[in-house]
Design a protein around this ligand. Structure first.
Ligand code: GRF
Length: 221
């Protein structure tokens, strides 16, 4: 690994398929990323096994052990600081974050969300897209700022909603594309092509007017 390889921490709560996609990309596709830590707020998160199999240090910090959101986030912050993580990747981390935490990592923390933001912040996104009669759905990666699933959107991937689609079929079709979106977006950070500036995304030095769109082959257009 090169000396200036970006150090990232990945925060999870569950399955960790996106974490696994990042690990695969590092191990087999030449992604120059140093995953220095995985943090889970759930001790039984299945994704922990992906980290241990790849020899990535894991810290379980259960939110149930803390009196409030702020003290839990402070414990997470302490670990991230010890690890000198430069990029914080929320990959299925099912926690609302305190303002101290989002302020502290403003411009250095990204979240993967299963909708075409700004549509459908929060939960149950596929169902809400179906109920609204939308003709497409997708996933977004955004910088995390105070406010649920807010913050400037860096990148998106879209799929059409077909007449027979339901939540399960959308999730099956979108899952692999979410993985590609995360890997391709993190690669932009590894190559220092993306930065945060005053509530906007700088891509190659210019403010993005629209999120980058991922082609289904894994590249942006
Ligand atoms: C993904 O669908 C992501 O969009 C959402 O949570 C899910 C995480 O899946 N934020 P996994 O734990 O990475 O498998």
């Amino acid at each position: 690994m090169k000396q200036n390889t970006l150090k990232a921490a990945v925060l999870i709560s569950g399955t960790g398929s996106n974490l696994k996609a990042l690990i695969n990309a590092v191990e087999s596709a030449g992604l120059e990323l140093n995953i220095v830590r995985v943090v889970s707020n759930c001790e039984d998160a299945a994704g922990i096994t992906h980290a241990t199999a790849a020899n990535i240090p894991v810290k379980v910090i259960s939110h149930t052990a803390f009196p409030d959101r702020q003290s839990h986030d402070a414990a997470v912050t302490k670990v991230l600081q010890q690890d000198q993580a430069e990029l914080i990747i929320l990959a299925g981390y099912m926690r609302i974050l305190s303002e101290d935490f989002t302020n502290n990592y403003c411009g250095r923390m990204i979240n993967l969300h299963p909708s075409l933001l700004p549509l459908y912040k929060g939960l149950d996104t596929y169902n809400r897209a179906l109920l609204s009669g939308d003709t497409q759905t997708g996933a977004s990666i955004h910088f995390v700022t105070a406010g649920l699933d807010s913050g400037p959107v860096i990148s998106q991937v879209k799929i059409p909603i077909l007449p027979d689609d339901d939540v399960a079929s959308l999730s099956t079709r979108l899952g692999p594309l979410e993985h590609k979106l995360l890997v391709a977006t993190v690669e932009l950070f590894c190559n220092r092509k993306v930065h945060y500036q005053q509530d906007s995304v700088l891509y190659l030095g210019h403010a993005l007017e629209q999120p980058l769109q991922l082609k289904h082959d894994g590249s942006f257009f």
